[in-house]
Design a protein around this ligand. Structure first.
Ligand code: F6R
Length: 369
């Protein structure tokens, strides 16, 4: 039921603080401060001597996997690869028994992701899935399962399943750090504290949704849009572009901001909206120079920045479009930055009068190749 919402997608966007909180709570033992993964106890032995993690998925779930790589490599120094399931399964990848293969899927029924996991199993790899649908094929195929508790997702465009996947990945990081005796550093404690704060911070952002409604008024006539991000916000740029494409049918591309000069800058003119995602610190400064390049060519910048980044860059008075996001651990910032991406795509689609919950040519779960 949609309740007071006009679309399921809108309802699901606003449900995300709940989806994330429901995903975290059952897995946190608040007495010991440790993560427990009841359907993934198999991972305890695996994490002790894993040499590599391969994440595999499709679409939005693939973007969650990309964030997973940043989290695992940065927090645990375990090398990770992220693979589109449709590519991975057909290219005879190099695998061994010390490579953990993790499939991420909302439905648990995506044909290519299942194919990728079968391949990993045949190669003797330990496998794990992060899925939203209990008892789905993928959950049954893997040695370990971490369920996201987003609840049923009806809108074809994935929203709450994505943030719940990010939360599950963060929990997996905390679990692995504990197994590997790396869990008590300040870095890990801050990561855990911030994970627990996510639902509240997400709520704050959703409270400012009207700003994105205004942006949509100035974007909905565009023929194309560019999304730029760096580091852990690069996957969020990809996700922002995917959301816009799927439901508003405006062509959009997500790019690692550092690649701007290597091609996409040729597209910039006064008709091209450029959505920039910016964290504070060294990486944020790099984005600032990309942003100046866009402005110098008459491009329209729509900046989503954390509170410190906007201030540091002295941009607050200069730009017409700024959306501010609260500060948190940088590896968790995707959970926050993706919300304005979803809302913007949603409001643009509503403005264009498309069928938001059932975009043309798309199916909720892709059970054939
Ligand atoms: C995008 C979207 C799709 C799915 C993809 C994978 O909004 O919904 O890109 O993310 O089809 O689906 P699952 O996660 O069910 O494997």
């Amino acid at each position: 039921e949609k309740g007071n919402y006009r679309h399921f997608m809108q309802k699901e966007i606003f449900e995300q603080p709940r989806a994330v909180s429901d995903t975290i709570k059952p897995y946190m033992n608040f007495e010991t401060g440790k993560v427990v993964l009841p359907y993934a106890t198999f991972l305890e032995e695996v994490f002790k001597d894993v040499s590599r993690i391969v994440f595999t998925a499709c679409g939005t779930s693939y973007h969650a996997a990309l964030v997973g790589k940043y989290m695992f490599e940065s927090m645990l120094r375990i090398p990770c690869n992220v693979e589109l399931a449709s590519e991975f399964r057909y290219r005879d990848p190099i695998l061994d028994g010390k490579t953990l293969v993790v499939g991420i899927s909302q439905s648990g029924e995506t044909a290519d992701t299942k194919g990728a996991i079968s391949l990993a199993r045949d190669a003797g790899c330990p496998t794990c899935s992060i899925v939203n649908v209990v008892g789905s094929s993928l959950a049954r195929m893997t040695d370990a399962v971490i369920y996201t508790h987003a609840g049923p997702e009806i809108g074809v465009a994935s929203t709450k399943a994505f943030t719940a996947q990010l939360a599950a990945l963060a929990l997996m990081v905390l679990y692995a750090s504990c197994v590997r005796n790396a869990g008590e550093t300040d870095l890990h404690l801050r990561f855990k504290e911030d994970l627990l704060r996510m639902p509240g911070l997400m709520e704050e952002i959703l409270g400012s949704h009207e700003i994105l409604q205004d942006w949509a008024m100035d974007i909905h006539h565009a023929l194309s849009a560019l999304y730029l991000g760096r580091h852990v916000l690069f996957p969020i740029a990809l996700e922002g572009a995917l959301k816009l494409k799927e439901i508003s049918y405006i062509h959009a591309e997500g790019y690692a901001a550092g690649e701007m000069k290597h091609g996409p800058i040729a597209l910039v003119d006064e008709n091209l909206p450029v959505v920039c995602l910016m964290q504070h610190g060294v990486i944020g400064e790099k984005i600032r120079s990309n942003l100046q390049e866009v402005e110098a060519r008459g491009g329209r910048v729509f900046l989503v920045a954390d509170e410190l980044a906007a201030q540091e860059a002295g941009l607050e008075s200069k730009l017409s479009y700024i959306f501010k996001v609260p500060i948190c651990h940088d590896l968790l910032s995707p959970l926050l930055f993706v919300l304005p991406m979803q809302l913007l795509a949603y409001y643009v689609a509503v403005e264009r009068g498309t069928d938001v919950d059932q975009p043309r040519n798309l199916a909720k779960s892709v059970t054939v190749e």
